[in-house]
Design a protein around this ligand. Structure first.
Ligand code: ANZ
Ligand code: ZN
Length: 814
């Protein structure tokens, strides 16, 4: 039987029946936790992009298994979230029903990839047995002040009618629906990720993650070392602080700017300017944060009528409000130094505010303004002549003595806003009591069950608020009537700890058994999309650290090693996705060639971490390769009557070299997820086997068989069904995946005779055998004395001979 989808089915069934991928907890000392980011059960049929995520990662896990690791390879579903709820609003199908239906379909399809997931460890975040523990984690954080409520201007999506975390706002628009995001003052729940800013930053140095992703997290955390300097408002008993990274420019301050939202604005604004200021505040409210910070956007602002006193010179300087100052960064107040800051410069020119140079360049030429670099201080009193680097410390030291300033580190990272005014999420386990205030739901009352019957009226209010049965409860503290919190948790809370639940997914008493989980984690290899860099991947690190400090974990980082797969683009050049209608369905390919051909094609046709636009040009070549291996096996089975030889002759040495060269190359490249080159090595090995097969009539059967065995072992992670079938056909014991991964022999890699190509003017004109240790002169001489070469270069002049060791000789003639 030639390889086909029938063979896929046969082995999928057998693997399942024999529980081939079962994880054996007793072997935990050899565990390797291989994790792919779990799926959102969107209901779309798995397309080529999904296969690209799961196929290659599975091949890696299979190789690791054969290398002797007890591979833990679970799968589950990130099952709460907006799409299911929006779908319910549109179709009337309840999110629970559509989600569970989608999960069933996706499980089935994931099995068709033939992946080694151990489904016994599945987690589904929308089920009470899971979200009970999401709520529990929230409560543990609440106990230590890591979960808190506050009124804050929050990102609001007018179309999804919900608040969004900063990370969910992409260039001022909603990540989900693309609508413009506005601001709204609401009381919301936050998780205090900022407590961990420094550690989140520092530990990036210790983990094996793509450099680019670490960079994105560093920028997102945005550590900034500067100072806070206090200014007094003239004639009023009001002080305010500014945050600056350039205290060295203090003598160049010619005005100060407050964020329009700053609460002192109303207190200092004079009657004459009140109207202006009110109008401007309205205007600023409509701007998104991104717009406000954009350098392109025209700078606007208004004068408050009030003045501040310069902390050193005592000078009177005007106080403005402007939307380029953010309420949520630093102190929400800025000392403006137009001579040395781009934005201040544009603003000062526009509103005719004074510009005062206090830094000059280190050279002689007068630099044009704004001069934003470090330099030497001028017109700065006792600090004249000092370097910026020193002055930014010394000036603060002076202010510190007078109680007017101090060094300060700021982070751009904000606390994580986790409450959502939506239905399809884990209810926030808190009760609001008129007498006792916020009362956490007692742990023994968890889970707070998400009721099935609700009205989906997307009006900005939590749907749960309209469900009296859910809302009305008794205060656990005083026993009086009280109300539940109507909001649900951001789905990123669910996914911030799922990897901790997998190894202990059936535990009814705890989120996880502490001792067990500390043996199973951290995750050894995490595979998923780069788009999660500043959301999921940051939240998961934070929750891990918080649970460690709460005493539940003994490691600092959840994902030791991370790899991002590239993106498969549809023929239209966009990321393949159902919503764009540009997906490629694997079905026809699998029906025609079998799933291994499809999987291998994805692994051979694209560099795993890069991806690229879809095209199926190469799929036939992979198909031919599989058939070629199959013919090789058949031919081997027919030659079983040959003899075995102890000593290798030249052909056998060549074959043995090809074998060990392949073992080394396949292993090392696959380890780094460079599957395309691994597969190229396998193709070379097959070529070598064919060459040996035709050259040597009386084969050395022992060697031949050993090489075929190694070939099948090496091929098996990439073409699992096919290889299992061939393994059986060869008469070996089930399963090829219980075989040991081949090891290469350094000695076999030291060839004495190697073959190199001869090129004449860049065109290959023949091959040449040389000793592997021959030097360039010898190779050149051998090449020029070759009969074939002689006939080509006869009557021509040799201009140059280029020797590339172990590869080729190029003879340039004219
Ligand atoms: C005076 C100054 C002079 C500044 C100068 C820069 C250059 P990073 O590095 O991003 O932390 N700033 C402070 N708070 C702000 C806010 N809420 N909204 C907008 N801008 C704010 O940037 C810190 C610098 O950004 C601060 O240093 C402040 O301007 C501005 F020649 O203070 B600087
Ligand atoms: Zn009470």
């Amino acid at each position: 039987m030639t390889y086909s989808i029938e063979i896929d089915r046969k082995w999928q069934k057998k693997w399942e029946e024999t529980k081939l991928y079962k994880f054996h907890p007793e072997n935990v000392d050899k565990k390797l936790y291989c994790l792919e980011m779990f799926s959102y059960p969107s209901g779309a049929k798995l397309h080529a992009g999904h296969w690209y995520n799961y196929g290659p990662a599975d091949s890696w896990a299979r190789m690791k298994r054969m290398q002797g690791y007890e591979v833990f390879h679970p799968m589950g579903f990130d099952a709460f979230g907006l799409p299911a709820e929006n779908y319910a609003i549109k179709t009337g199908i309840h999110p629970l029903d559509s989600t569970m239906h989608n999960i069933k379909t996706m499980e089935k399809q994931l099995k068709e990839i033939g992946a080694t997931f151990d489904w016994d460890y599945e987690v589904i975040t929308c089920l009470p047995e899971y979200y009970k523990w999401t709520q529990w984690i929230f409560l543990q954080m609440y106990k230590v002040g890591l979960a808190y409520r506050k009124k804050a201007p929050v990102n609001w999506c007018p179309s999804c009618k919900t608040v969004l975390a900063n990370e969910q706002v992409v260039e001022g628009t909603c990540e989900r629906c693309g609508s413009e995001v506005t601001k709204k003052d609401l009381t919301q729940w936050f998780l205090k990720i900022t407590d961990y800013a420094e550690e989140l930053l520092k530990n990036l140095d210790d983990i094996d993650w793509p450099e680019k992703t670490k960079m994105m997290q560093r920028n997102w955390i945005g550590k900034s070392e500067g100072a806070e300097i206090e200014f007094k408002v003239e004639g009023k008993d009001i002080n305010f602080k500014v945050f600056t990274t350039r205290a060295d420019t203090l003598y160049g301050v010619t005005y100060v700017v407050l964020a329009p939202e700053n609460e002192i604005v109303d207190k200092i604004t004079t009657d004459k300017y009140r109207r202006n200021v009110e109008d401007y505040k309205e205007y600023a409210k409509k701007q998104s944060e991104i717009e406000r910070l954009s350098t392109e956007k025209e700078k606007t602002g208004v004068f408050t009528g009030a003045y501040a006193i310069h902390p050193i010179t005592g000078e009177k300087i005007p106080i403005w409000i402007a939307d380029y100052v953010l309420a949520t960064y630093g102190t929400g107040c800025v000392m403006a130094v137009p001579a040395h800051d781009e934005r201040d410069f544009i603003f000062a020119e526009k509103y005719d505010l004074p510009i005062r140079r206090v830094i000059k360049g280190k050279g002689d030429i007068e630099d044009s303004l704004p001069f934003v670099e470090y330099g030497i201080l001028i017109d700065s009193g006792e600090f004249d002549g000092m370097k910026s680097e020193d002055a930014r410390i010394k000036i603060v030291e002076k202010l510190e003595k007078e109680g007017k300033g101090s060094l300060k580190i700021n982070y751009r990272l904000r606390d994580w806003l986790v409450s959502r005014q939506r239905y399809w999420g884990a209810p926030i386990p808190v009760i609001h009591c008129e007498h006792c205030g916020l009362v956490p739901v007692p742990e023994e009352d968890l889970p707070v069950i998400l009721p099935y019957d609700v009205k989906f009226t997307p009006d900005g209010e939590s749907p749960l608020k309209k469900n009296d049965e859910f809302m009305n409860t008794i205060c656990p503290k005083c026993g009086r009537k009280a109300q539940r919190d109507p909001d649900t948790l951001d789905t990123f809370v669910d996914s911030s700890w799922y990897f901790l639940r997998y190894p202990d997914n059936k535990n009814e008493k705890e989120a996880f058994n502490k001792e067990w989980i500390n043996k199973m984690l951290p995750v050894d290899k995490y595979i998923g999309g780069a788009e999660h860099a500043c959301m999921h991947l940051l939240y998961a690190r934070f929750v891990t650290k918080a649970l460690r400090d709460l005493g539940y974990l003994n490691f600092d980082e959840p994902f030791k090693s991370l790899i991002h797969q590239g993106i498969i683009l549809g023929p239209d050049g966009n990321k393949m996705s159902k919503s764009k209608g540009n997906t490629i369905s694997p079905d026809e390919y699998i029906d025609e060639y079998g799933s291994d051909v499809f999987r291998m094609y994805l692994m051979f046709g694209f560099a795993f971490t890069e991806g690229g636009p879809w095209n199926d040009d190469g799929i036939k070549a992979i198909h031919r390769f599989i058939l070629r291996v199959e013919r090789l096996i058949n031919s081997f089975l027919e030659s079983k009557n040959n003899e075995s030889k102890e000593k290798f002759d030249k052909d056998e040495k060549e074959l043995n070299f090809a074998r060990h060269f392949a073992i080394k190359g396949v292993t090392e490249d696959a380890e780094k997820f460079q599957f395309n080159t691994s597969i190229a090595r396998l193709m070379e090995l097959v070529n070598a086997l064919y060459k040996y097969d035709t050259n040597v009539k009386l084969k050395n059967l022992k060697l031949y068989e050993d090489v075929i065995k190694d070939l099948m072992r090496l091929l098996s992670p990439f073409a699992p069904h096919f290889s299992e079938e061939m393994w059986e056909k060869l008469g070996y014991e089930y399963s090829v995946f219980n075989q040991k991964w081949p090891q290469y022999d350094e000695k076999a890699l030291l060839r004495d005779v190697i073959e190199i190509a001869i090129q004449i003017n860049g065109k290959v004109r023949g091959r040449l055998e040389v000793m592997s240790n021959a030097d360039e002169k010898e190779i050149e001489a051998t090449a020029l004395s070759n009969d074939n070469v002689k006939s080509y270069i006869e009557g021509k002049k040799i201009k140059k001979v280029i020797v590339i060791k172990n590869r080729l000789v190029n003879i340039v003639v004219n």
